[in-house]
Design a binder for this molecule. Structure first.
Ligand code: MN
Length: 201
């Protein structure tokens, strides 16, 4: 048993012009694939190879000796989650229970959008911007490199990859333009809403 690269739910060109087919192909077939392959090599024959990706992350998150395993497991998880956070003709303001929760937490979609953009552009170097559920509250957070709010007891609802490889071919250094395109045209709010936990943990 080994960890597998999950296929995309849409063709490489489905998110164009906001994210090009070339970016999607490199990002999924090279970057994401490499994390999965490195993870499999690192855990081969050991007890971690039989665990879920989430358990591997939790087990290694605070173990300096497990750093390489954590980084590759978390990047494998983060990318699989990120692909589901985007869809063609997505973005804009969500409806349903999530709209109400964003209003409670941020005062509305525009303020959420600003907070998410600030987190994404304020993350120094590589990392991720997240909308998470923490207890009963929604929060925007950013994480560095492979780090993931799941291992800190939070529930990820939506994420945007802000490593340069996520946007450099299409936007060069303009990270903010990529994140705006993500929120305004790609965010899969149905997926994000489905991640909401009914009750605080
Ligand atoms: Mn990436």
């Amino acid at each position: 048993m080994s960890f597998e690269l999950p296929p995309l739910d849409y063709p490489f060109d489905a998110l164009a012009p906001h994210v090009s087919a070339r970016t999607m192909e490199f990002h999924h077939d090279k970057h994401h694939k490499t994390y999965v392959e490195k993870l499999n090599k690192l855990v081969e024959g050991g007890p971690l190879a039989k665990m879920s990706l989430e358990d591997v992350m939790r087990k290694t998150a605070d173990d300096p000796a497990g750093r390489a395993v954590f980084n590759n497991a978390a990047q494998a998880w983060n990318h699989a989650f990120f692909w589901k956070c985007m869809r063609p003709n997505g973005g804009g303001a969500p409806g349903g229970p999530l709209a109400e929760r964003l209003k409670q937490a941020f005062g509305g979609h525009d303020k959420f959008r600003t907070a998410f953009l600030d987190a994404a552009t304020g993350q120094f170097g590589s990392g991720w911007a997240w909308l998470v559920q923490s207890g009963d509250k929604l929060e925007v957070v950013s994480t560095s490199n492979a780090d993931n709010p799941l291992v800190r007891g939070k529930t990820p609802l939506l994420t945007c990859d802000v490593w340069e490889h996520a946007y450099y071919l299409d936007y060069q250094n303009r990270r903010a333009d990529f994140v705006k395109a993500f929120i305004d045209h790609l965010a899969n709010w149905e997926f994000a809403g489905a991640q909401l936990r009914k009750k605080a943990a």
